[in-house]
Design a protein around this ligand. Structure first.
Ligand code: BTN
Length: 272
């Protein structure tokens, strides 16, 4: 990636300082160290290649040189509009804050794909961005703590662009895809990153509004479909996705009719 072009594309966005790496272990890891060392709000780490990119639930995320987008943003909860809505339930737990920021990354990526390329991208709750039911991008929000207090959140986004970016051995019910499959022109990566960040910065100021939840719900994948939720403690629940609660939890209708709120876990399509 041409760093001059990157800085030019980002010019005008109200970001903090930018660090660019041709090759790095993980932009999330770099951003976390930077946050611990006092990075300003909205500091950005971008890499062309990651050698130990991190995914959710301990998975790996591959970013080969020139093949995708990988970047991480440092955010401080008190600068992020998580708490100030008159209309939405207060976001009271650290888990909910992380979930809302994960959704912020997914909503912004989906919106940018629509604006820049006219692609409809859905969000597989809570963090995957899918085009035609295939995963094109992933979001990983990681927290830095001081005791029980959430000090900083690093929001990492990875987008598959060329065929080289498709990781071997991805889950069978959500195989991976990449942007080039859907386009007949090469992707300008610096424009895409600028477009994602522009959308993200706009929504960040409205993170705890009904508008944000509705926008997220509009993009929610598998509404009305049967899914299996694997909870962090490995218990499983099966039900039909009915949308999002006002807090952004997944509303799952169980087979005896009751609808419950799911606060975390991994979604799989239920095989019939
Ligand atoms: C997932 O789908 O499991 C989340 C993938 C998140 C990948 C991005 S790439 C940029 C940032 N740095 C990392 O190490 N991971 C995130």
């Amino acid at each position: 990636m041409d760093v001059e072009k990157l800085l030019q594309a980002l010019d005008g966005l109200p970001l903090g300082p930018v660090r660019y790496f041709h090759c790095i272990g993980s932009t999330n890891e770099e951003a976390t160290h930077w946050a611990e060392a006092g990075a300003p709000d909205l500091s950005l780490v971008v890499a062309d290649e990651q050698t130990s990119g991190r995914g959710r639930m301990g998975r790996r995320w591959y970013t080969l040189a020139g093949a995708g987008l990988a970047f991480s943003l440092v955010m401080y909860p008190e600068r992020t509009h998580l708490q100030d809505s008159k209309h939405c339930p207060k976001i009271t737990s650290n888990e909910s804050s992380l979930m809302r920021l994960t959704a912020l990354g997914a909503v912004a990526t989906s919106e940018a794909l629509k604006q820049a390329y006219g692609l409809s991208a859905d969000i597989k709750w809570p963090n995957d961005v899918l085009v035609q039911r295939r995963k094109i991008a992933g979001v990983l929000a990681e927290a830095s703590w001081e005791g029980d207090t959430l000090k900083a959140v690093v929001l990492g986004i990875g987008v598959n662009i060329t065929q080289k970016s498709i990781q071997p051995g991805t889950q069978l019910d959500f195989p991976a895809t990449c942007l080039e499959v859907f386009l007949d022109k090469p992707v300008e990566r610096v424009e895409l990153i600028a477009s994602i960040l522009s959308s993200l910065l706009g929504w960040r100021n409205r993170l705890n509004t009904p508008d944000f939840i509705l926008n997220w719900q509009d993009k929610l994948a598998f509404k009305g479909e049967w899914v299996k939720v694997i909870h962090p403690d490995n218990t499983v629940q099966v039900g039909i996705i009915r949308g999002l609660s006002a807090e952004g939890f997944l509303r799952l209708q169980l087979d005896h009719g009751e609808t419950i709120n799911i606060k975390g876990g991994d979604l799989h399509l239920r095989k019939l």
